[in-house]
Design a protein around this ligand. Structure first.
Ligand code: G3I
Length: 335
């Protein structure tokens, strides 16, 4: 790990985090993590399939390790995520063999499971997890009411969101509670999420912050749209966080490099710069920015939407600083 370059966290006016799994707490990865970042989010360890694979059977091995590691190293912790439609085991939406989504009368059963899950998971880490992504990806701007037709919504309507925030607040009153989503920098999605947060805040649902995932690529969407999103949500009087930033080197779903050209990595560096220019301007409205991975050797984009070489982060496979790092830390040194 390079020791002659500035820690990313020393150069930014908000917390800076990385998504991690256990592997990023070991050896050079651990050194890189603690040197450059002041916050972590588990990429998978706190999701429902990891924490309650069978009803009432909780497994906290990796999450316990990560929470303890963060505490030992002075890292803030973002919990991700309490209610999502993905990575949620099938049993949650079933009663024996019966599909709950076919019988919305079972709303109480589903909300009971949600409440028990949140009490157990958020309760376990009370006071040690500073921020929770309480609900994830509940918006679908193509629905007339802007709501994703997840099993949660089909059975409970808005009540799963109300329950999730109420219970999270009750079990860990000091935690910052976030509603998290992707593509919030696109106008229609931005508006749908804005309408939802405004409605829920008006009802008194305890939403503290809006999380913008920000999975973007080297060209799109324009930085001006990212800025517009942050300005728009500021009107709601909520805190904001960037929760899952990465910058794909592709602008489509099919291309693939065998070696990523230097020029493309340089372009990515300039793209990181323009995005962080927005964040610096909007720092009063942003409490943290998290990149969705520590280094290019471990990123979801190497398998999604197809398997291909895709280095979207600040550090390369060898944990060395890329142009992307310089775009964030010191743009004068960009190639
Ligand atoms: O743990 C198993 C391993 O035992 C098995 O050998 C391997 C074979 O495929 O799979 C491993 O599980 C994978 C898991 O990541 C851990 O690496 C799953 O298949 C894979 O689907 C899972 O992907 C995660 C993805 O969420 C699933 O939805 C990514 O790591 C994670 O970065 C990604 O994160 C999401 C956020 O939660 C929400 N926003 C979008 C973001 C990117 O998709």
């Amino acid at each position: 790990v390079q020791t002659d370059i500035p820690p990313v966290k020393d150069t930014l006016p908000f917390q800076v985090g990385a998504a991690i799994s256990r592997a990023q707490t070991i050896g050079g990865h651990g050194e890189l993590l603690t040197r450059h970042f002041d916050s972590v989010t588990p990429g998978n360890a706190l999701k429902w399939d990891a924490t309650e694979p069978r009803e009432g059977e909780f497994t906290f091995d990796e999450a316990d390790h990560l929470v303890a590691y963060a505490a030992d190293h002075g890292l803030r912790f973002r919990g991700h995520t309490l209610a999502w439609h993905s990575q949620t085991p099938a049993w949650v939406f079933k009663d024996g063999d019966r599909d709950l989504t076919a019988t919305p009368a079972d709303k109480a059963l589903l909300l009971g499971r949600l409440e028990n899950h949140i009490r157990t998971v958020a309760g376990r880490y009370k006071g040690r997890i500073q921020t929770w992504d309480v609900v994830n990806e509940v918006v679908d701007e193509n629905q007339p009411d802007g709501m994703r037709r997840s099993p949660w919504f089909q059975v409970t309507g808005y009540d799963f969101i109300r329950t999730a925030f109420r219970v999270a607040r009750e079990v860990d009153p000091a935690a910052k509670l976030v509603i998290n989503d992707y593509n919030t920098e696109f106008p229609r999605k931005r508006q749908a999420l804005y309408n939802l947060v405004r409605k829920l805040k008006a009802e008194g649902v305890p939403i503290d912050a809006v999380g913008h995932q920000l999975h973007v690529n080297i060209e799109r969407p324009p930085a001006s749209e990212i800025e517009k999103t942050i300005e728009t949500f500021a009107a709601l009087g909520v805190d904001q966080q960037v929760t899952e930033l990465d910058v794909s080197v592709y602008t489509d779903f099919v291309s693939s490099y065998t070696t990523v050209p230097e020029a493309v990595l340089a372009e990515q560096g300039h793209r990181y710069k323009e995005i962080f220019d927005v964040f610096r301007r909007q720092a009063a409205r942003l409490s943290s920015v998290t990149v969705w991975g520590l280094a290019d050797d471990d990123t979801w984009l190497s398998t999604f939407p197809i398997t291909r070489l895709n280095p979207p982060l600040l550090f390369d496979d060898e944990l060395q600083a890329k142009p992307a790092y310089w775009g964030v830390v010191d743009p004068a040194r960009l190639p």
